[in-house]
Design a protein around this ligand. Structure first.
Ligand code: C2G
Length: 136
């Protein structure tokens, strides 16, 4: 069984995330998603999520491509995760290109997939602000 892992916040889940998860699953048979906890997001990415970790986890677990969701609590855990979960392939969108090549030393392949253009959580939030602003 080929095991794949990917990491992210996945807040305001959108089709760009789904495109990533679908292609990640196509690289193996079992897809693990390490989901950034609320604390990790705030401490390390200064991201205040709209949905809580539990809500984001519930959304991801409903996606057919996702087999397991685990918490991402630190930048460093990737090295131990790939060993503990016997990961064959580590996948991220190419906005992270080159950042995790060191994981190849842990015996797993590292794949960066093209991001889906034109969609991001930031974009959604600013569009909504503009639209609701326009209504007043
Ligand atoms: N993504 C994508 N296309 C988009 C938006 C996001 O392919 N239009 C991908 C990102 O490249 C990432 C995944 O979807 O691989 C999750 O995106 P985010 O939730 O924004 O993840 P990020 O905040 O980059 O956290 O340790 C790694 C971090 O946890 C990654």
């Amino acid at each position: 069984m080929k095991r794949v892992i990917t990491y992210g916040t996945f807040d305001l889940l959108h089709y760009g995330h789904i495109n990533l998860l679908r292609r990640a699953k196509q690289l193996g048979d079992y897809l693990i998603v390490a989901l950034s906890t609320d604390e990790f997001n705030w401490r390390e990415k200064q991201k205040k999520c709209y949905f809580s970790y539990e809500e984001r986890k519930q959304l991801l677990e409903a996606i057919r491509y996702v087999d397991l969701v685990i918490p991402e609590e630190s930048w460093e855990q990737k090295r131990t995760d790939v060993k503990e979960y016997r990961v064959d392939t580590f996948v991220m969108g190419d906005d992270w290109s080159g950042k995790f090549d060191f994981l190849e030393k842990e015996g797993c392949s590292v794949v960066y997939l093209p991001r889906t253009p034109e969609i991001s959580t930031t974009q959604i939030k600013s569009d909504l602000n503009r639209k609701t602003g326009a209504e007043h």
